[in-house]
Ligand binder design. Structure first.
Ligand code: C5P
Length: 222
């Protein structure tokens, strides 16, 4: 239900090490998402340390959008570091792009999560005009999941309507971006991705626990 986005800020003075943060969070969360801020700051060693700190799934959010060979190679590197899933854009298309990535995914067991919409307003300018094509593509490559924004629950409902239970829906946008804990779950998401609300709070473990409680309360009413 709750995936924590570990995006370290540039200035981290006085903040907990990732392993200590994970120790506080682990019993409340379903997994972790790391992206470019984490990789630039902590590199491959950071991923290895995170892998040692938790048995929960690690999702690497690179929002891959390259030619197939390059994306497949990135995925193979990540497989060797023990990650569970990688996030890729859909707009690169199937032939010569997601086709190769999905073959690498099947060969390595690293799941694919496809971005079909984004949480910022600009997503409506281009990406959202193609949501149905992206969903078709996600189904074609048997993606493990798709990313759809908690800030626009109607998109989540649409994804669920079109794809049924064949994919997991991951929804960022809770907290600092405005959506309330539990709101995306009510719209049909499987997981809510929460970053700064947890990682920048004075007591991340307690905040994660409280968010779980809010999710559950809202879930019971929807
Ligand atoms: O700190 P916050 O909870 O806003 O973090 C949301 C996380 O989800 C960030 O890591 C961001 O990169 C990611 N994300 C997003 N919108 C998307 C896809 C990913 O906010 N459509």
């Amino acid at each position: 239900m709750l995936v924590v986005a570990l995006d370290p800020p540039v200035r981290e003075k006085g903040r907990r090490k990732t392993s200590l943060l994970v120790e506080e969070l682990d019993k409340y969360v379903s997994g972790y998402k790391i992206g470019l801020p984490f990789l630039i700051k902590h590199g491959r060693r950071g991923i290895r340390e995170l892998r040692k700190s938790t048995e929960k799934p690690i999702i690497v959010d690179l929002k891959l959008a390259d030619i197939g060979d390059v994306m497949a190679e990135v995925l193979r590197h990540l497989a060797r570091l023990g990650v569970d899933a990688v996030i890729a854009h859909a707009f690169t298309g199937y032939t010569g792009a997601l086709e190769d990535l999905s073959k690498a995914s099947m060969a390595t067991g690293v799941g694919l999560i496809i971005v079909v919409s984004m949480s910022h307003r600009g997503s409506e300018e281009y990406i959202d005009r193609h949501v149905d094509e992206f969903l078709e593509l996600a189904a074609r490559i048997r993606a493990k999941g798709v990313v759809a924004p908690a800030t626009r629950p109607r998109v989540i409902r649409h994804v669920r309507e079109v794809l049924g239970d064949t994919v997991e829906i991951y929804s960022p946008g809770i907290g600092i971006q405005g959506a309330e804990p539990g709101s995306a779950l009510c719209a049909g998401a499987n997981y809510e991705i929460v970053g700064r609300l947890i990682t920048r709070s004075g007591n991340p473990g307690e905040t994660a626990r409280a968010i779980r409680e809010m999710q559950l309360e809202r879930w019971l009413k929807c």
